[in-house]
Ligand binder design. Structure first.
Ligand code: IMP
Ligand code: MG
Length: 179
């Protein structure tokens, strides 16, 4: 697996440090508020698992699964809910946790969908942001790292479902997705 990585873009240490800072920020911003964290399957799982352990206030979490991609590396634009929440978001403070905001299509859909359910507030935290690729006007409220326009894997991010278990964010060798 690791022989298919061209280079490490964000190391395990950098991830740890930034995730703990983000946890502190969220702790401050949501103190005294009824916080519901919504993780987006599957990519956000490692980030969510690490992040919540740096948030020092009571919270609940739930998950949604959406499909957005026509192929492995290209967005089709169509978004569909594959698994919805078990919980109501009405009158609670919702924080969506994403792995990466790329074209922004997934996030725009999620924000519109969830805001129709009347949460008290709705914000977004993403581990990675690739602003060069944006096709719709949507911004995360909290962002771990702004990255260049490269296809990355690891720490939850996949190529054809593989590489999610790498402990760092890496750039794939082109051979890995050309074959
Ligand atoms: P968007 O709707 O184009 O913003 O894409 C959102 C989803 O595309 C993410 O949640 C990822 O699953 C996937 N994605 C976008 N860029 C990458 C990447 O560089 N590596 C792995 N998955 C990606
Ligand atoms: Mg994916």
């Amino acid at each position: 697996m690791e022989e298919q990585i061209e280079k490490v873009l964000i190391s395990e240490e950098e991830l740890k440090k930034r995730v703990s800072q983000l946890g502190e920020e969220i702790t401050k911003d949501y103190r005294g508020k009824d916080l519901l964290i919504i993780g987006i399957f599957k990519g956000a799982v490692p980030f969510l698992a690490d992040l919540i352990r740096h948030i020092k206030i009571p919270l609940r979490y739930d998950f949604m699964a959406v499909s957005s991609y026509g192929s492995a590396t290209r967005s089709s634009g169509a978004v569909r809910i594959l698994k919805d929440l078990d919980t109501s978001v009405e009158d609670v403070h919702v924080l969506i946790v994403e792995d990466i905001v790329d074209t922004g299509l997934t996030l725009k859909y999620l924000k519109e969908n969830l805001s129709r359910r009347h949460p008290q507030s709705l914000k977004v935290i993403t581990l990675l942001d690739k602003p060069e690729r944006r096709e719709v006007d949507v911004q995360p409220d909290y962002n771990g790292f702004v990255i260049p326009n490269e296809f990355v894997v690891g720490y939850g991010l996949d190529f054809n479902e593989i590489f999610r278990n790498l402990p760092y964010i890496g750039i794939l060798k082109p051979e890995a997705y050309e074959k």
